[in-house]
Design a protein around this ligand. Structure first.
Ligand code: GLU
Ligand code: MG
Length: 450
């Protein structure tokens, strides 16, 4: 370890890099970090860098909530250790390299609040059962001139949605983005001007879950840096105005065994892929508590925005929270995947992937059978029609999300008792903050947090 870290540090120093940023995401999906000088990398790789244990109970507004039993005092320190296999130079921030961090207790033992370790555990538990997950994110974000206080008063593009013309004025930024994604080892599937206000979307190629979560953090950093150096700033927040389409970070997953994609099939998934999907569907309300957990997340999940609002699945149905994307002769059978739409930047990507993986694998183990897919938008149905088809509204508040989370037989165990306690406390703190505030203020307060 020391040898590898020393060699890496030497290479970085020779390339002009001065510091290594070690990043993780907190329970609000907000990236946090420490920078160590390149000369300190080898030491950090072994002993870690000290950070307060209270990051587990930071809320979205940087308020530490002591209103919980698990970390009730300001005392305590954990060690943040860079994951060296993922160390990269940052093309857009030339003096820096970047690595995701793992948190361990001060004595080096497991720290139950480390979100990356939660995902590591789920990946390894799934591997023990013979399953592998592939995951890829779609990232939507709104662009505005640097120094903007909101998006609406100076949108970074004025559409039309999906138009090449919308992006002309962002040409230098887009060029830098594509270059820096490539240089940072991130693989872009495609990029376009999205439907929302000043919105751009890019997709990341699918990879194993840990890489997908690490890369999602690195992608944010890369986009922020490219925007900043071109006089722009971006918002990844779930909502950028109370009314406009929000920023979804849809999560595409496929589940594999023995090199075979179980979601592949002739237009619909085979039995095990269907059981995976049924597992996600059963846990959907609890999953949203993890994958779309902020106050603006719940506001984003409205009917008619392709963001999803009701619990059901469909084949290529853009209103479905679970959109089955089939393979085909053209794109290949292995292209098949499920898109989870109630997913956004306020989710911790490690926890989101861990919860999704556990819910899907439970579905396979229990041989669940999903109901028939729905091709319509249940938002246009009467309440009685929805009731008769078993289609329920996804949780619309933190309280409803919390109730769904605690009713789940699977998701709480994924987090474990301590992290679950911290996570719920943080959600409660956010909800209390938002309780008497108008939606405009809530949206504005989240705009630049992610
Ligand atoms: N912006 C939509 C959302 O909030 C998604 C639009 C789409 O990609 O279909 O998730
Ligand atoms: Mg989109």
């Amino acid at each position: 370890m020391t040898k590898a870290a020393s060699a890496a540090a030497k290479d970085l120093a020779a390339a002009g890099v001065r510091g290594v940023q070690i990043a993780w995401a907190d329970n609000n999906g907000i990236p946090r970090s420490r920078i160590v000088p390149v000369g300190g990398l080898a030491d950090a790789a072994i002993r870690g860098v000290g950070v307060t244990s209270l990051f587990a109970v930071f809320d979205t507004h940087d308020v530490i909530t002591y209103d919980q039993d698990v970390l009730p005092t300001p005392s305590g320190d954990v060690r943040l250790i860079p994951v060296l296999e993922r160390l990269r130079r940052l093309a857009g921030q030339r003096a820096l390299a970047w690595a995701p961090g793992r948190q361990v207790a001060a004595d080096g033992s497991r720290w139950p609040y480390c979100q990356r370790s939660v995902l590591e555990r789920q990946v390894s538990a799934a591997a023990d059962k013979g399953f592998e997950l592939l995951a890829g994110y779609e990232l939507e974000f709104a662009v505005a001139p640097l120094g903007s206080t909101d998006i609406a008063s100076a949108p970074g593009h004025s559409g039309p949605a999906y138009s090449p013309h919308a992006l002309v004025r962002l040409d230098d930024f887009i060029a830098a983005l594509l270059h820096e994604f490539d240089a940072n080892g991130l693989s872009v599937g495609q990029l376009h001007a999205e439907y929302g206000l000043a919105q751009v979307e890019l997709t990341l190629a699918a990879s194993d879950p840990l890489a997908a979560a690490d890369d999602q953090l690195l992608a944010r950093q890369t986009i922020h840096a490219a925007a900043h150096s071109h006089g722009l700033q971006v918002s990844f927040a779930p909502l950028v105005t109370p009314d406009a389409a929000g920023n979804g970070w849809h999560l595409h997953t496929s589940i594999w065994r023995d090199g075979r994609n179980l979601l592949g099939g002739d237009g619909t998934p085979g039995p095990e892929g269907a059981a995976y999907l049924a597992g996600l569907l059963r846990e959907l309300p609890a999953l949203t508590a993890i994958t779309a957990p902020s106050v603006p997340s719940t506001l984003r999940l409205r009917p008619g925005y392709f963001a999803s609002a009701y619990g059901f699945w469909g084949v290529e149905n853009r209103e479905a929270p679970l959109r089955y994307v089939p393979g085909s002769a053209l794109v290949g059978a292995d292209h098949a995947n499920v898109e989870l739409k109630p997913s956004d930047a306020s989710a911790n990507p490690y926890l989101a992937l861990a919860a999704v993986l556990a819910a899907g694998v439970a579905g396979i183990e229990e041989e669940l059978v999903p109901p028939n897919p729905i091709s319509a938008d249940p938002g246009t149905w009467t309440p009685a029609e929805r009731e008769s088809r078993g289609v329920r509204r996804l949780p619309v508040s933190t309280a409803e999300q919390d109730a769904a989370l605690m009713a789940s037989p699977t998701v709480p165990d994924v987090l474990g008792e301590e992290l679950l306690g911290a996570f719920r406390a943080v959600r409660g703190s956010d909800a209390t903050w938002a309780a008497d505030r108008p939606i405009e203020e809530i949206v504005r307060a989240h705009l630049w947090r992610y």
